[in-house]
Design a protein. Structure first.
Length: 225
């Protein structure tokens, strides 16, 4: 049975690059792939854009109310008509912007159509709150893989902090596309809490002790330290 894979990571962890490499690997072996992304991701318009400078057009874009299963089926039929070959894989970039229903459609594509689906995205927003699409992917994906990057301090980055100019901000809409109105910096848990004054998306605040330490009621997970 084909599977739904969710490959997530903080920004700058190479998600788009890894996705384009996966597409290349399939095609190098003579197989057909489809690439898709949510319409809300306006960066690159109809292209997947890697920070390394590699880009590639997607085969279809999903509007917020689009039927992902139907759109995939239409593009799959087009590929079959044009090449005589079946689609071997569906790759989805910026999957955090999908609706929960669209994520369920990705699962149906994998299970019912037996086409592997590789979804790439970030887990949480700049306030450390899960995107609806990411939360659903964590709930239903067959396999979950973290793509890692580092914080400015050298530890593993796990959060995506939003900046306007040189200033970190912690209020605002959940979606603001990188490079359009704002920029982002990937931070570890300690650096994020230092910049936010101990505030997380739920509004909980911890008393900061001498930087860079943070006062916890119990020891934090090593990945977040």
């Amino acid at each position: 049975m084909a599977k739904l894979y969710f490959r997530y990571g903080a920004m700058n962890s190479g998600k788009s690059t890894a996705m384009l490499q996966a597409a290349y690997n399939y095609e190098e072996r003579g197989q057909q792939v489809l690439l898709a992304k949510p319409q809300v991701d306006t960066k690159g318009d109809r292209e997947i854009v890697s920070r390394l400078g590699v880009s590639r057009p997607v085969d279809f874009v999903l509007s917020p109310d689009a039927d992902a299963y139907q759109e995939f089926s239409k593009e799959r039929a087009r590929v079959k008509a044009e090449t005589g070959l079946e689609v071997s894989c569906l790759l989805v970039d910026e999957a955090q912007f999908l609706s929960e229903t669209q994520v369920d459609d990705l699962l149906r594509i994998a299970v019912l159509d037996e086409v592997p689906v590789l979804a790439y995205g970030i887990r949480t927003d700049f306030q450390t709150v899960a995107f609806p699409g990411s939360r659903r992917l964590l709930e239903v994906s067959h396999a979950i893989e973290e793509l890692k990057t580092i914080c400015r301090c050298g530890r593993k980055a796990v959060f995506n902090a939003r900046k306007v100019g040189d200033r970190f901000i912690f209020d605002g809409d959940q979606v603001a596309i990188d490079g359009v109105d704002v920029t982002y910096e990937s931070l570890c848990g300690a650096c994020y809490l230092e910049e936010s004054g101990g505030l997380l998306g739920s509004g909980r605040r911890r008393v900061l002790v001498e930087p860079p330490e943070v006062a916890y009621s119990s020891a934090p997970d090593a990945d977040f330290a």
